[in-house]
Design a protein around this ligand. Structure first.
Ligand code: EPZ
Length: 419
């Protein structure tokens, strides 16, 4: 099994090229099921979750080919299977994103329930309720969501909770439905807007994506499109925190500063000097130790839950006390337990991780439990004294393209080993 071995204490300096967004690529690949002609998708990151999604689509009969490294040609003309099996879905719960397009175009879908994961129960009741509102028959049977509906009809749907993939699934189901669908209390994440951009490029009629109310007018068919996935804002934030935690200077290139306002505000509060251009962000700590920050995660545009673990690592060695409150997922502090093994001073009370910054962490063998937790342990290891071995890094390979190469290019002492 792979692990990452990191020797800390080096201030990172230099440029890092940001890859396409995982959480935009996954729904966009699912949406390709809706097209009656081949589509071309650019800036696709090389991630295990993308490989898993391609395998899922191929199993259904979709033809996927890779061109010049980052561009996928996807042809859904030959779809003959409408199932997302447990053995695939259990490795990646985002497979649930094929539910909306399969139902919307083919009138049927049998998708394994995603099941929970390390960070929470991850229910899909919002997805199911919305599809039923559009006229689908949906049952949970034998661990599968079995959905049927030959012609969905537009509906006004108010989401009980802001759900990113819930919004995305319902938007994809609505684009070929009869009439207008209005999704209220919709997720405003930039990846939702990116998916809408792809759907519109294929001929869909969508207004309001990126706001909390999305209007979708059903159309007859969707056709060819040539689209480029947006940059990954969470990857960007992770590398900026790598610069902040090590007291260095890091410039993230090929990114979108407008999608990171809440994160940049917190990095500024932590003492970083931030400069932004059209498609780049530079963070300079000027050799200073960061100051601890308080933050609360919430749906976009508030502070993203996917950056919470990274800021726990920052607070662990920051000057002063901090309080980080997680309001989205019920069990997303497992990285804190591992950081405590490195000497971090945290106290978890309810949904808040209270920290007192320590002058130094000590390298130790630690274990990743989920994608962003594993990234936070890498960040802690970059600043810890001595060597840290981060195990179970298959989690990290799901969401970070070539992390050791990108960090090495910034000066980190990091290598992948077999354990
Ligand atoms: C998406 O997950 C992201 N994944 C997650 O990123 C991200 O953390 C999350 O949104 C929140 O921003 C992808 O986009 C592939 P939700 P999603 O539905 O859609 C509750 C990463 O690290 N809920 O927005 O599954 C749910 O329990 C991953 O890249 C229901 O109650 O999350 C949670 O408390 C981790 N019923 C809240 O809503 C439902 O039917 C938000 O979850 C659906 C969700």
């Amino acid at each position: 099994m792979d692990a990452l071995e990191i020797t800390g204490g080096i201030a990172l300096h230099g440029d890092v090229q940001i890859s396409g967004a995982k959480n935009a690529t996954l729904p966009i690949l699912a949406a390709a099921l809706l097209a009656e002609e081949p589509v071309s998708i650019g800036n696709v990151p090389h991630l295990n979750d993308v490989t898993t999604t391609i395998a899922l689509l191929a199993r259904m009969g979709v033809e996927v080919s890779m061109h010049d490294g980052m561009r996928l040609e996807v042809d859904a003309a030959g779809v003959h299977d409408f199932t997302a099996p447990y053995e695939l879905v259990k490795t990646m719960r985002a497979s649930v994103l094929v539910l909306g397009p399969l139902l919307g175009r083919y009138g049927r879908a049998d998708v394994s329930l995603p099941g929970g994961c390390a960070i929470g129960a991850r229910p899909v009741n919002i997805h199911v309720a919305g599809l039923k509102a559009m006229g689908a028959q949906v049952e949970i049977d034998g661990g599968y969501i079995r959905a049927r509906g030959s012609q969905l009809r537009g509906a006004r749907i108010v989401l009980d909770t802001v759900s990113v993939t819930g919004t995305e699934n319902l938007m994809m189901a609505a684009v070929l439905a009869r009439g207008e669908t209005v999704i209220e209390n919709a997720a405003r994440e930039p990846e939702v807007a990116d998916l809408a951009g792809f759907l519109v490029a294929m001929g869909a009629n969508i207004e309001g994506a990126g706001t909390d109310t999305i209007h979708i007018q059903g159309v007859e068919r969707l056709g060819a499109a040539d689209y480029r996935v947006m940059p990954d804002r969470i990857e960007t934030g992770t590398y900026l925190v790598a610069g902040a935690i090590t007291g260095g200077r890091v410039r993230a290139r090929g990114t979108r500063p407008d999608t990171l306002d809440a994160v940049l505000a917190k990095l500024t509060e932590a003492g970083a000097r931030i400069e932004c251009g059209e498609d780049w962000i530079e963070l300079d700590m000027e050799g200073q130790r960061p100051s601890a920050v308080d933050l609360t995660t919430a749906p976009y545009p508030a502070f993203p839950t996917d950056m919470q673990a990274q800021f726990c690592a920052l607070n662990a060695i920051a000057d002063g006390s901090g309080a980080i409150t997680e309001t989205i997922f019920e069990n997303r502090f497992q990285h804190v337990l591992e950081m405590q093994r490195m000497g971090a001073d945290f106290r978890i009370q309810g949904h808040t991780a209270f920290s007192r910054g320590v002058p130094a962490l000590k390298g130790a063998p630690v274990m990743a439990t989920d994608l962003r937790a594993s990234a936070s342990l890498v960040l802690a290891a970059l600043v810890a004294r001595g060597t840290t071995r981060v195990e179970r890094i298959y989690h990290i390979d799901r969401g970070y393209e070539c992390i050791e190469e990108k960090l090495r290019r910034l000066g980190a002492s990091i290598r992948r080993i077999q354990v």
